[in-house]
Design a binder for this molecule. Structure first.
Ligand SMILES: *Cc1c(COP(=O)(O)O)cnc(C)c1O
Ligand code: SF4
Length: 323
């Protein structure tokens, strides 16, 4: 099977052949999505054969349902562009600033709120961003996001963290990444070495939505990070048909902890065009959180939040009438 040699599926037919999809099930899949297909081999290997309900399949393979236009969904739900200090630096919240390190990702999640986001900038490198961070001593934490910061060339990433390391008033360098579930070996030794020697606190928030995304290979990666003193947190998006059951979410929290990771956020879906079929009602979400809270220790219950533009933080969802 020659296509297995490739590490990432970007064409539909080889992927559906690999997944042994029947003609009938193939009919559910959209072959020309605007946001292109991108499925790393590790995830394809974890998908169930010929099952269009598989929680991994649903997250990464475009369905015809994506074509549905819903007036409550927009191309840019999070309104990131209005918080740009530079094309690549956002500042929404006090003390923290978010750096769009690259627009590239190791995979394309169908619910991604940044799928239409234009990061185009002619400027290479981060000179402007570093200069701004250097000047603004109210910012004590830089969040490396994207896309996925681990999609940067290794030497560019090392250079970037080196520059951040030199900024005196920065205390924390935080990575928001999903690439580790695509390739648990993606982190280079030089980066571990940096984590070991820096005086900054390093935080990884890994994006994981379903226990099937975890595994022994990832546990090894997390252990290595922990040995370098890295704090490991996770965030998940609440997704219909994928993790909108109490048993699955509970298992996810327990498995994450077993992997050395504390659940941090459970996000309400950002309403991006094409993702309406993933939407879970707040009422359902609240009910799920209640069920998790009643059966797991408090430290394993994620904060259920949503992103409302112009709020001073992520907005906790406590009740149906909060907003
Ligand atoms: C989510 C987000 C953060 C981080 O928020 P925390 O509550 O600290 O995790 C920071 N900046 C931006 C622009 C964000 O979207
Ligand atoms: S990893 Fe994150 S940024 Fe990348 S496609 Fe998935 S949801 Fe979007």
């Amino acid at each position: 099977m020659p296509f297995l040699e490739k590490k990432t599926f970007t064409r539909l037919t080889p992927l559906l052949d690999f997944l042994e999809f029947s003609e009938q099930n193939r009919d559910l899949v959209w072959d020309r999505p605007k946001f292109p297909l991108m499925v790393p081999l590790r995830l394809a290997l974890k998908m169930e054969k010929n099952n269009p309900h598989c929680p991994l399949f649903l997250q990464f393979v475009p369905l015809k349902k994506e074509r549905l236009v819903d007036e409550n969904y927009s191309l840019e739900p999070v309104k990131d562009p209005i918080f740009r200090l530079t094309p690549k630096l956002l500042k929404k919240y006090e003390g923290r600033s978010l750096l769009l390190a690259t627009k590239a990702c190791a995979m394309h999640c169908r619910y991604c709120f940044r799928q239409n986001f234009s990061y185009e900038t002619s400027q290479k490198g981060f000179q402007n961003e570093i200069a701004l961070l250097q000047k603004n001593d109210t910012i004590h934490e830089v969040i490396l996001s994207g896309g996925d910061p681990l999609s940067l060339q290794s030497k560019d990433l090392l250079e970037l963290v080196g520059q951040l390391d030199a900024i005196e008033h920065l205390r924390i360098i935080r990575f928001h990444t999903r690439s580790l579930i695509a390739d648990p070996l993606i982190l280079k030794q030089e980066l571990f070495d940096f984590f070991l020697q820096t005086r900054k606190k390093i935080v990884f928030v890994v994006h994981v939505n379903h226990p099937k995304e975890l595994g022994e290979d990832l546990r090894v990666c997390f252990q290595k990070l922990k040995k370098c003193g890295v704090t490991l947190l996770s965030q998940s998006v609440l997704l219909k048909g994928i993790n909108d059951e109490a048993a699955i979410l509970k298992n996810l929290c327990l498995e994450l902890f077993d992997h050395g990771v504390l659940p941090y956020y459970l996000h309400q879906l950002d309403q991006v065009q094409g993702a309406a079929h993933f939407y879970v009602e707040r009422k359902t979400g609240l009910n799920l959180i209640e069920q998790i809270r009643s059966s797991l220790p408090g430290y394993l219950v994620p904060k259920y939040v949503e992103e409302i533009p112009k709020k001073t933080s992520k907005t906790p969802i406590f009740s149906l009438h909060a907003i």
